[in-house]
Every structure is written in C-alpha cells, then in structure tokens.
Design a protein around this ligand. Structure first.
Ligand code: SF4
Length: 356
C-alpha cells in the first residue's frame, strides 16, 4: 500500500525537496538555456552596473557571497538530486529523472509547481546534469583563491558536470594575473561569456562600459591563454547612425586581435528602463534602420580575421531572406570562420536586397 502514516510513498521526498533551496539569479546566456544548465548564483548583480544600454541589474546592489554560503547551496543541489534519484529508484526508473518522477512529486507536494530550485535541478538532471552556469554578471570578481575553492567543491560534489561557464568582465580579466586565471581554469571553470559590445573607444566611453579597447584585447587574450573557451558578444546598432562605421571597424579589429572561440551578435534594443533611452529621446543618439544595421554588420564581418565561430543565436538577429525566412541560422554554433565568411557575406547581400 503506497501510504506511509497517511502520506504517499513519495511525500517524504517531496517535502524534503520543498525545504531545500539555493540561490538562482535571473540572467544567463541563451546557449546555457539550450543546454538546461544548472544555474547557481555565486555573486549577486553587477559590480560595475553603469553601462547605459543595460537594464539587467539596475537598482540592485552588488553582493559578494561567502564561500560557506555558496558551498551550502551546492550541497543543497546535491541533496535535491539525491532525493530525485531515490524517487526514481523507488519507481523502478533506475535513477533516471523522467516525467513520471516529476509527476508523482508534484502530486505529493503541489508547492513544487512554482519551486524554482526543484524545477531547475529537475530540468538539469533530465538533460543529463552536464552543464552549470555561475551567475551573476562577473564571477571572476571574486577573490581568485575563493573562486578556486568554490569550483573545486562544485566539481567534487556534482560529479556529472562536464562544463561550467560564467559571465566575466574584460576589465577584471585584464586585471587578473595569468597564474590566477590559470588556477581558476584548472579548478573547473571552462567557458567565459564576455560582453565586448564595441571595439571603439569612443563608443565604449559613450556607453560607460568602463573599459578601453586595449583592455578588451588584453582581457580576451589572457582568457584565451589561460585555456578558457571564450564567447565574446558584440552589439550591432549600439553606436546609432553617427558612429556606426567606427563601431563596425574597431569591433572587427578588436575581435580579430582576440580571436575568441565564439563571437555572438546581440543587436542593440533600446529599453525605456536604461539611461541610453534618454539619449534617444533627446535626439543625441539616432537609432539605425534594419538595413543600416545590416550594412554595419557587413563592415564588421568583412573586417574579421578570425578562426572563431560567428553566431546569431539571439532572436533580435531577425533580418529576413528573400523567402521571408530568417537570414542567419540562430543555433549556438553559428558559422565557422574563415571558411564560412563568404557565405555570411553573401547572406548579408541577400538581406540588403530585401526591402525594409
Ligand atoms: S558590465 Fe554587463 S551586467 Fe554590468 S552594467 Fe555592464 S553590461 Fe550590464
């Protein structure tokens, strides 16, 4: 009989899971959603928080969490995983995290329907439990020895992980010693997602990125030399119509000097919740048209001398081909350069031939 002291056979596990929590932030790159990465918030918000186009952490104070608290979070992920595995075993699913495992737990404890910790761990394990993303905006701002301690604990505790990634600021990468980055890499941080936005010093100053093009290059190169997989994001359209050419050419120059593994296009979308919106309203920044942006993209792509994969994995890369479909495919691996550079340039030509 599947009742224990008036409770279903799974209620005890469901209640245990409902009482376990860990900190999860809001933001992560799209590719980490695609791989159902475990999200772990090991610092809170952004230590810089001044970029005029960014709304992510505005109004939120940066917090460095203690190593002890982060480790406790990781341990709770493990406990939730163990409870899920135990339920699966009890159901004869041999530890696999199946839909049915989720169903019995939700029936036993309806509060799990909106328990984000349970949902995150469930989806992560159901996808193989392979990848984790460390939030929020600039994990490497932690003291290197503390970050190493956290990473070691993460890798020792959650053994199925094969890839751990995080956001990083170029400025902080440039400030770190090579041996510090090496130690962080060796402790188990594999991939860094860096918001480069623009290679133009004029644009960087205007958007208050707090970094120079020389520091972008230095930070990117240091990350590559330390052995990280590096994803650099740039923002077509960010310079509006007055500085677009400098933005396009200098971005290509800086990205070529870094030659990261991935280059990802994130077209500029003005938000009324950001300081840059005021510049737009006052006419100090004039947004480029979709065609202007495509022309800008052509200049950037032409200037790229890289062996990177160039990706358009964001819905704002919404230019159309002549059949009305998407101009670029939006998968996370993109186009391999230099081999597919002519193809991307051909696609841009096609997009320019299509009406606005
Ligand atoms: S560093 Fe990144 S998260 Fe922080 S304000 Fe700039 S764009 Fe936003």
């Amino acid at each position: 009989m599947a009742f224990l002291s008036g409770k279903t056979a799974y209620q005890e596990s469901a209640e245990k899971i409902a009482n376990l929590s860990f900190s999860i932030g809001v933001y992560r790159p799209p590719s980490e959603g695609g791989s159902a990465s475990l999200l772990l918030r090991i610092t809170e918000n952004c230590p810089w928080n001044k970029c005029t186009f960014c709304e992510m952490y505005k109004g939120e104070a940066f917090v460095l969490r203690s190593v002890q608290d982060i480790k406790a979070d990781i341990d709770n992920v493990k406990r939730i995983s163990e409870e899920l595995a135990a339920v699966s075993e009890k159901m004869g699913h041999e530890g696999r995290i199946t839909r049915e495992v989720g169903s019995v737990l939700l029936q036993a404890e309806p509060s799990l329907y909106d328990n984000y910790c349970f949902i995150t761990v469930f989806n992560w394990l159901a996808s193989g439990g392979k990848t984790a993303f460390l939030q929020d905006a600039n994990t490497i701002i932690m003291r290197p020895d503390e970050l190493v301690e956290v990473l070691k604990h993460l890798r020792e505790t959650l053994k199925t992980l094969t890839r751990v990634t995080s956001y990083a600021r170029s400025k902080t990468l440039a400030q770190r010693k090579p041996e510090e980055l090496q130690a962080i890499r060796e402790a188990g941080l594999d991939r860094l997602h860096v918001g480069l936005e623009s290679g133009s010093d004029e644009v960087l100053a205007r958007i208050r990125k707090g970094v120079t093009s020389a520091e972008l290059i230095e930070g990117g190169r240091k990350a590559m030399e330390a052995g990280f997989q590096l994803s650099e994001y740039w923002m077509p359209g960010l310079a509006g119509i007055d500085l677009w050419r400098r933005h396009a050419e200098d971005t290509a120059r800086v990205l070529s000097a870094i030659n990261p593994h991935y280059i990802r296009s994130r077209p500029f979308v003005p938000s009324s919740r950001t300081p840059i919106y005021e510049e737009l309203e006052q006419g100090r920044l004039k947004v480029s048209s979709r065609h202007d942006r495509l022309e800008e993209l052509r200049v950037t792509i032409e200037g790229l001398d890289v062996t990177s994969r160039v990706c358009f994995d964001h819905m704002m890369n919404s230019w159309r081909n002549r059949r009305g479909g998407l101009l670029f495919h939006q998968d996370y691996e993109g186009y391999k350069f230099p081999e597919e550079k002519p193809r991307v340039l051909d696609l841009i030509q096609e997009g320019l031939a299509v009406g606005e």
